[in-house]
Design a protein around this ligand. Structure first.
Ligand code: ZN
Length: 374
């Protein structure tokens, strides 16, 4: 059972007044002691009112691939800087830490306001080094079991980065070991794809239902699409087996061209995520989850589809459907946002720029009994 933070004991009655749901209806949402107690017609509820006119409301955004361990360089950041300050109520750290540092990460997160769940890196090194799977002795089966058992309320899967720069001469061996470990721990595997060898075709054959491929829209040579944009048969087979596709934008893993071709060929994201850390938050091209979401709006996905990529789809994968809905009796877990009209420049990981006419902007979140303005 996944653990969330304790709800603050504040006893005020807060009303998010006249917020717009994605279905077009507006409503007042009343929250007491951190729980939704009423959803009623606009301007009918009493309490400490926050005017949400002109804003959309969704369940709190979930970022399925981010890096939330502040002391890591370069792939680290502060949990709340990439969480509540950007409209994200739940961050899933994607393998920043292995068994050596996971307790430090969880300790650090306990002081933050944003919820944290984690993929445990199969290498005990985690991202302390960037070739963390170049030495197989860094995958310690017993230590992984112990850590997973001790933290099963926050560890949601195992993470393995399977690209040449990470595995070096080990090829597929780290993936084969990861597959066995994930099965023995009864956890899904998130696999990062990138430079070859090993080839993405081979990598995909090891994945099964519930596993996640992250960086599937990367513009590198070893992507799961042919040059004409058609998906490889191995990718189609993986999708048919129930393997999920995660964006994991990052500094080097999102190409507008690949994303547009994938969409044209009917290959859609399951979750939209950032692969955010300090540098790509401050200097781009990631900046924020809202910025990444705006790119999918720009290439023609509907607002409903984009929001599902950071709410219901992720919540269902986490087997926590309540994290992806707004319902009386549920703990209030909400993101308030706007879709602003204008002229905006979006840039992908290849440096390609696009002019967009709409931009999603996070405006506030309600999480664990408290309201935060973004
Ligand atoms: Zn990452």
């Amino acid at each position: 059972m996944i653990k969330l933070k304790k709800v603050s004991e504040m006893n005020e009655r807060i009303v998010l007044e006249n917020a717009q749901f994605l279905n077009g209806h507006n409503a007042d949402i009343t929250i007491e002691k951190g729980f939704i107690t009423e959803i009623s017609a606009p301007f009918t509820s009493k309490g400490d009112r926050k005017d949400c006119t002109g804003h959309f409301i969704s369940s709190g955004w979930i970022d399925m691939h981010a890096h939330a361990f502040s002391k890591l360089e370069p792939y680290g950041d502060h949990l709340d800087d990439i969480g509540i300050k950007q409209g994200v109520t739940t961050i899933v750290d994607a393998g920043s830490c292995g068994v050596d540092q996971i307790s430090e990460l969880l300790e650090e997160a306990s002081d933050a306001k944003t919820n944290l769940l984690v993929f445990l890196n199969v290498s005990k090194m985690g991202l302390q080094r960037l070739d963390e799977l170049s030495d197989l002795s860094w995958i310690n089966r017993k230590e992984i079991f112990d850590v997973v058992n001790a933290n099963d309320d926050q560890i949601v899967g195992l993470k393995a980065r399977i690209s040449k720069s990470v595995v070096k001469k080990n090829g597929l061996k780290p993936l084969i070991l990861s597959r066995l470990l994930a099965d023995d721990c009864a956890l899904p595997l998130m696999v990062h794809i990138g430079s070859s060898p090993p080839s993405v075709k081979d990598v995909l054959t090891y994945l099964k239902k519930g596993d996640i491929v992250t960086h599937y829209l990367n513009g590198k040579n070893n992507q799961p699409f042919y040059e004409n944009g058609k998906p490889m048969q191995e990718l189609l087979n993986a999708i048919n087996r129930g393997v999920l596709l995660d964006v994991g934008h990052g500094s080097a893993s999102f190409s507008f061209e690949v994303a547009e071709q994938a969409k044209q060929n009917g290959i859609h994201f399951h979750t939209i995520s950032t692969d955010i850390y300090r540098n790509n938050r401050l200097a781009g091209p990631v900046y924020s989850l809202a910025n990444v979401m705006s790119k999918f709006l720009h290439i023609g996905y509907s607002l409903d589809e984009v929001i599902a990529g950071v709410t219901t789809n992720a919540a269902n994968w986490l087997k926590r459907p309540e994290l992806g809905r707004i319902q009386v009796g549920d703990r209030a877990n909400l993101t308030l946002f706007k879709v602003e009209e204008g002229s905006f420049t979006l840039v992908d990981s290849e440096g390609v720029k696009r002019k967009a006419s709409q931009m999603i902007k996070a405006k506030g979140v309600f999480i664990n009994g408290e309201w935060y303005q973004c």
